[in-house]
Design a protein around this ligand. Structure first.
Ligand code: MCA
Ligand code: AMP
Length: 549
């Protein structure tokens, strides 16, 4: 088992006992199924665990928190006042501690304030990708049973009826009048007594697609988020003088819990960009100190005029994650800017697990060392038996960062944890002789495109259900821009002439655009092994040059 180098001398392995993470898991699976509840301790009820952690490190109220690409600014004082007003409005709408607040809105300062308002009101924040279709939202609302749904005014007519069907109230973020949360908030007091929440209370649920098709809600506690943000601030040396270029969406872990929480926990500031625009990022570099992005950010920036050492000289840290950063991108970036990108590894279920060092060698093709407090081991995927250094196996992690379970899915939760509390990530990896962790593959059928995850099973079910399709296999193929390009290999039914365009049109209203196949390829039959299982490795190999530029 591997721990952060500060807590473990190289070569030393420790026996691992049950810790708080395993106990929490039981706790939350029990809660989710409506079974026994752990009696609250005094510590649990003392304060609002996550918001207090932010508040305790906040700079003076006049200090800048963010500047947006449309010229707006928000100070830390504004954050306190406006998140308080939103929290009052949430309570007025009947949101109670533990209620889910489902939010599908475009990135804005108000969207970030709504996250904090939910935390302060004791609610469970449930952010949803703006690309999700109504069919996808319908599933999330039905599963999570939010008491409130918040959407953009432009989608209110479509989303309102869906919310009502699931028994949720609905309001818009922005817009005027009765149904506007922002309007209602503007009339509230800017003082708010935060609802008490302990370390193990839920702060957020983030849905992550499942290999079996159904998305699962990862339940993240106040302490999961607070502990990870604290550790990242320390490891990445963030301080109040840092200025982050924040160009990620804020409905997934990377933009919300890595980027935003780190800035809040450091009392730092950020350029809050609605979209990733390479030319604008380059123009911001001289006024910033850090950038966080998915590998596509870096490959696109490398093609942009103006990226050189001079432009990047004020930056102290470039961070990449969510998908593998090619060693060639790492190298090209170093040549262009003089900086070694720091690659880290995380998951929705675990927040961040490992990171290359801030000081010390940031090694291309690796994800560095386990963060302090995180235990990581490589195990035999079937038996869970720990493997030796250098051997490839399943990456398993344990620590205060690891979620407590999947929302109302006790069986799935149980299946993804070992008896000793280690979470089975589904990623295959190994630890090299210098203790750097390498991700060498995936034990799960997952495609990562531009940092977004796509589960083939979900698309295959949609495509297979179409008249004219006999069966399909969806695979990820190396793509110069998105890392992997979603590719559908389809077998038509006898006498069917269904086209690629017809397939894409049929799934358009059903699954988010970023999941759509970039190419549809028709074949006579899919390769299968003797057990009848589709051999996706053969397909990936056959089409490996499909997107070669
Ligand atoms: C947009 N499109 C995509 C993607 N994004 N297709 C596949 N994969 C994508 N990621 C579609 C658009 O709908 C559009 O379709 C076409 O591709 C071209 O869009 P384009 O304008 O080039 O895209 P963009 O708007 O510039 O977006 C690319 C992007 C974006 C900036 C790379 O995808 C992005 O922000 N990705 C970051 C995702 C992220 O935050 N992941 C973190 C997850 P059409 O032209 O046909 O309409 S959290 C996580 O993974 C963990 C836990 C972790 O470790 O961090
Ligand atoms: P998500 O479903 O968004 O939680 O995505 C988590 C998955 O993204 C992990 O299980 C990994 O497969 C992948 N991932 C995240 N960071 C990295 C990285 N630096 N290198 C390779 N894969 C990564």
């Amino acid at each position: 088992m591997l721990r952060h180098p500060s807590t473990l001398r190289p070569g030393l392995s420790r026996r691992c006992g049950l810790d708080g993470v395993a106990r929490n898991r039981e706790l939350f699976t029990a809660n989710a199924c409506g079974r026994k509840r752990r009696p609250a301790t005094q510590e649990d009820l003392m304060s609002n665990h996550l918001f207090d952690a932010f508040r305790s490190r906040m700079p003076a109220p006049g200090r800048l928190l963010m500047q947006t690409d449309d010229g707006r600014t928000l100070t830390y004082g504004d954050l306190l006042a406006r998140s308080a007003q939103l929290a009052h409005a949430l309570l007025q709408l009947g949101v109670e501690p533990g209620d889910r607040v489902a939010v599908q809105v475009e990135k804005s300062p108000e969207a970030m304030l709504l996250y904090l308002a939910c935390v302060r009101a004791g609610a469970v924040f449930l952010p949803l990708n703006t690309a999700y279709t109504l069919a996808e939202l319908d599933y999330f609302f039905g599963d999570a049973e939010p008491s409130l749904v918040v959407c953009d005014p432009a989608r209110a007519d479509d989303i309102g009826p869906l919310a009502e069907r699931s028994g949720a109230a609905h309001v818009t973020l922005g817009g005027n009048g009765l149904g506007s949360l922002t309007d209602q908030a503007s009339r509230q007091s800017s003082d708010f007594h935060d609802v008490e929440r302990g370390p193990h209370d839920l702060a957020a649920i983030l849905y992550t697609s499942g290999t079996t098709g159904r998305s699962k809600g990862a339940m993240l506690s106040h302490e999961n988020l607070a502990s990870n943000a604290r550790v990242l601030v320390e490891q990445w040396r963030f301080t109040k003088v840092d200025v982050l270029i924040h160009a990620l969406p804020i409905f997934h872990t990377h933009g919300l819990f890595v980027a935003t929480n780190v800035i809040l926990m450091a009392g730092a500031s950020m350029f809050f960009e609605r979209k990733f625009d390479p030319a604008r990022i380059i123009s911001l570099l001289p006024r910033a100190t850090a950038l966080m992005g998915v590998p596509t950010f870096y490959t696109r920036l490398l093609q942009q005029e103006g990226l050189d050492r001079e432009a990047a000289k004020n930056i102290r840290l470039f961070v990449s994650g969510s998908a593998p950063l090619l060693a060639e991108t790492h190298k090209a970036w170093r040549e262009a800017t003089g900086h070694a990108i720091l690659e880290r590894y995380g998951m929705t279920e675990t927040n961040m697990n490992t990171s290359n060092p801030c000081e010390g060698e940031r090694r291309a093709g690796t994800v560095g060392f386990p963060l302090p407090g995180v235990s990581l081991r490589i195990a035999d995927p079937d038996s869970g038996r720990p493997l030796a250094q250098g051997e490839v196996g399943m990456i398993e992690v344990k620590g205060p960062n690891v979620f407590s379970g999947y929302w109302r899915m006790p069986e799935k939760t149980k299946a993804e944890f070992r008896a000793d509390g280690f979470f089975i990530t589904g990623d295959l990896g190994m630890v090299d002789a210098d203790f750097y962790v390498h991700i060498v593959g995936r034990g799960k059928d997952l495609i990562i495109s531009g940092g977004y995850n796509i589960y083939p099973k979900e698309l295959e079910s949609e495509i297979d259900a179409l008249a004219g399709v006999l069966e399909s296999a969806v695979i990820g193929v190396a793509h110069p821009d998105f890392g992997e390009g979603v590719t559908a290999i389809v077998v038509r039914s006898p006498a069917s002439a269904i086209s690629a365009a017809e397939i894409l049109a049929a799934i358009a209203g059903r699954v988010a655009k970023y999941k759509h196949p970039k190419r549809v390829i028709f074949v006579e039959e899919l390769p299968r092994n003797t057990m009848g299982k589709v051999q996706k490795n053969l397909l990936r190999d056959a089409y490996k040059d499909l997107y070669a530029s």
